[in-house]
Structures are given as C-alpha cells and as structure tokens.
Design a protein around this ligand. Structure first.
Ligand code: AMP
Ligand code: MG
Length: 356
C-alpha cells in the first residue's frame, strides 16, 4: 500500500476545489516561456480558472483564456447562449454545443438518470450558489419543478444537429459537464499551438497536460470537511484529468443549520443524500470525469462501485470516495499515484478497494 502520511506543502499543489486554487510554485510569471513557464488566474466560467503553461508564453495564455471565455459563454444557461435559448422549437446548434449536449444525454441514460442535464427547472428553484442562510424551497415547489425536469424532455437530431425541449418550462443545465468538456477543448487548443506541458484548473477540475518534464504534477485532494486545512491526499498526475464533486463546493444553510448543496438527486429533486461528501474521478477525458463525478456522488459509494465495474471493465478510471464519516476509499488502480497527506487520523481513515 502506498497510503502513507507524507507531509507535502500545500504551496506546491493544485487543489481540487471550486474556490481555492493554489498554483505550482515552480512556475514564474515569465513571458518568454524559458524560465519555468507562465501562469495566470482569472475569474471565468463562474469560478476561478488557473492555467500554468510550462512550455508556453503570455500570448498562449491570452489565447486560451479568450477561447475558454467564448466557448464557456456558449454553454452557460445564465448568459445569452445557445443553451439558454433552447425551447420547444428545434434549433440548430453549433458543433461543440451539440456534442456536449449529446454526450450528456447519452451519459444520463447510462447512469440510470443519476446524471440529468435537464434539471434547469430544479436548479432555478434551488438557486444554490454561495454559502448563505435562507429557507429551502417548499416541498410543493420542488415537486412541481421535478415534473419539468428529466433527460427525456430533451430531443436531439444527430443528423441536423437540432435540439429542442418537449416542455417549455424545462431547461438544460450543463453545470456538471461543461467545465470538464472545456478542459478537454482547451487541451486540444493548446496542443495545436504547440503547448504540451501545462496544468489547467477550471474551478478545481484539473487537467494535467504532459508529465511536467517527467515528474508528474502534484495535485491536492481537498479536505471536504474543512477547506482551510491541508489537502487530505496528493495525486501525481501525467496526461490525466482529476475532477471532484463535493457537498461543500456550493451550498446554503437554513436557520436550523441544515445544509443544502448543489448536487441534486434527479429522482427526489433534493440535494443528493448518499452518504458521500466528496468524489474524485481520475480519467483521460475531463468531460467524462466531470459527468462521472456528479453521477457517482448521487449514486453513493456502493452503487457507484457496482456501476463502475460494468462501465469501466478494464479499470482505467481512478476513484476516491470520501464518506461523511471520514472513510476515504481509493481504487487500487491509483496506488502508484496516490499519497495520503493528513495526520488527522481521528477524522479520516484510508483504504484501497479493488474494482475487479
Ligand atoms: P459538479 O460540480 O460537476 O458535480 O456539478 C454540479 C452542478 O451540475 C450543479 O451546480 C448543477 O448545475 C448541476 N447538477 C446538479 N445535480 C446534477 C445531476 N444530478 N446531474 C447533472 N447535473 C447536475
Ligand atoms: Mg461533474
């Protein structure tokens, strides 16, 4: 077992989180690309985006941030976008938008509806963004929104690239897949410009491009119970994406202190209550990791592991489940790149599990 308690300075890590993004200290803000690379952080895609290019320059950074802004706006249901304008009238979508919609719809079926890209009506009712104290919507309001949610309300014509909804009160919400997809698109974009060593963090969705000159990128797994603490573990990533879904990333609380987080169970319309606090998925495709992390969170650990045995028969995808009781279960295909990084053994206990 490689689960051992190794002190790793947080300053050296990218943290898998929506809010805290610490950058690799090895990279300076040089514009030449010859002294260790360039790095920039911007608020974009409704989150914090940090991009580090080890073999790129400021022009590459300008270009990739512009690219992400343009592509991101097209997928955002809160901006004037193709997604926000979807209606009961068939509309031709641009290729990238259609692809993500089509992938998301197909994955929703595969996931047994744990993942649902058509829960805009529910998301509007919950409005989960920043930590704040307010009342949850009424049971009737949630039930009504639930009737206008569901993957089956979205129709796609693969030949004409048209999309439409069969219920005018329904809405598409790609919050669980868009950042991952954009990570893959940005990777392609950078490679076309000749950038082959880079680390992207799109609100904590991490994409490691290349292998950091043979060393791998150190990426921290955030402490789901207290984000001010050191990461609970460190992954060493090369040419992989790591995506996290957690109940601490976006939420509000009511006056009694009940927490309502942003990952909704499409079957109930309420925040998923599956015993999990955090799921990390490590995969080649960031889009796939993003869709999976959300779906697995909704399923809960046991169902998620069963699902993955069929979904990923070659066990290529890495998984970390942190339960609310502090049990951290790590798939054994991550053994070589996973290191525990917490001395808080009162709170966390670590174990590997086999997918076969
Ligand atoms: P993630 O952080 O990737 O797990 O995605 C969560 C976001 O996706 C939420 O903020 C919603 O916009 C949306 N969402 C919530 N629950 C689901 C679900 N069960 N399936 C698909 N999208 C969801
Ligand atoms: Mg997701």
């Amino acid at each position: 077992m490689r689960i051992k308690n190794k002190a790793v300075k947080t300053a050296f890590l990218f943290i898998l989180t929506a809010s805290l993004v610490l950058a690799l200290s090895a990279c300076s803000k040089s514009s030449s690309g010859t002294t260790g690379g360039v790095r920039r952080t911007e608020v974009l895609l409704d989150t914090v985006v940090t991009i580090t290019l080890l073999d790129g320059d400021e022009e590459d950074l300008d270009a990739v941030f512009d690219y992400l802004e343009t592509e991101g706006n097209r997928l955002d249901r809160y901006s004037d976008s193709e997604i926000s304008e979807l209606s009961t009238t068939p509309t031709v979508l641009s290729d990238d938008v259609f692809t993500l919609l089509s992938d998301s719809k197909a994955f929703s079926d595969t996931s047994g509806d744990a993942f649902d890209p058509v829960l805009g009506a529910l998301a509007d009712v919950w409005q989960i963004q920043e930590p704040e104290v307010r009342e949850a919507p009424s049971v009737d309001t949630v039930a009504e929104a639930l009737t206008h949610s569901g993957n089956s309300l979205l129709m796609l014509n693969e030949d004409t690239k048209e999309a439409w909804l069969t219920d005018e009160a329904a809405g598409v919400d790609l919050g669980a897949s868009a950042k991952g997809y954009l990570g893959d698109l940005a990777t392609e974009f950078l490679k076309e410009r000749g950038v082959n060593q880079a680390l992207l963090s799109l609100g904590g969705n991490i994409v490691a491009i290349g292998d950091k000159n043979g060393n791998g990128y150190l990426v921290g797994v955030e402490n789901p119970f207290d984000q001010s603490q050191d990461p609970i573990a460190v992954l060493t990533l090369s040419d992989k994406s790591a995506v996290t879904s957690g109940d601490y990333q976006r939420y509000f609380e009511d006056a009694e202190g009940n927490r309502y987080h942003h990952i909704l169970d499409p079957k109930t319309g309420y925040p998923a209550d599956s015993g999990l606090s955090q799921v990390v998925v490590v995969a080649d495709s960031s889009e796939e990791a993003d869709m999976l992390s959300t779906a697995l969170f909704v399923m809960g650990k046991d169902k998620a592991i069963d699902f993955m045995k069929t979904y990923d028969p070659n066990h290529e995808i890495g998984l970390i489940f942190t339960e609310k009781d502090g049990t951290v279960s790590v798939s054994d295909n991550l053994k070589d790149i996973f290191e525990m990084n917490t001395s808080d053994t009162d709170t966390f206990s670590f174990q590997f599990f086999s997918l076969s």
